[in-house]
Ligand binder design. Structure first.
Ligand code: SF4
Length: 100
């Protein structure tokens, strides 16, 4: 279901981008539900992404069938912050594009 763009958007698209902490995300889909711009989809971690995780995070990811959120349309983010507030694992932060 498409979300309705929010009136609380803080920035034009492309100023901030959501960063998903792979050690925290459990693929609960709250970000998918709340994002007015459909930035997120739930997908499966690649073998390389799994290998990059520390052991504890790899086990946690496995327990959730390696399903996590991916910001596949990050360029559409308008920095409303709804995903940051909605994530029960506090896995999402917003970072300025081109930040070091
Ligand atoms: S801050 Fe989060 S919910 Fe808001 S537009 Fe960006 S990705 Fe979507």
């Amino acid at each position: 279901m498409a979300n309705t763009p929010s009136v609380d958007c803080k920035q034009d698209a492309g100023v901030l981008t959501p960063i998903i902490n792979r050690n925290r995300c459990e693929g609960k889909e709250d970000c998918v539900r709340v994002c007015p711009y459909n930035v997120f989809e739930i997908g499966t971690l690649s073998i390389e992404q799994r290998r990059a995780l520390p052991l504890g995070s790899r086990i946690k990811a496995w327990a959730h069938r390696n399903r996590q959120a991916f910001a596949i349309r990050a360029d559409d983010c308008h920095a409303c912050g709804l995903c940051v507030a909605a994530c029960p694992e506090q896995a999402i932060t917003l970072r300025r594009v081109n930040a070091p």
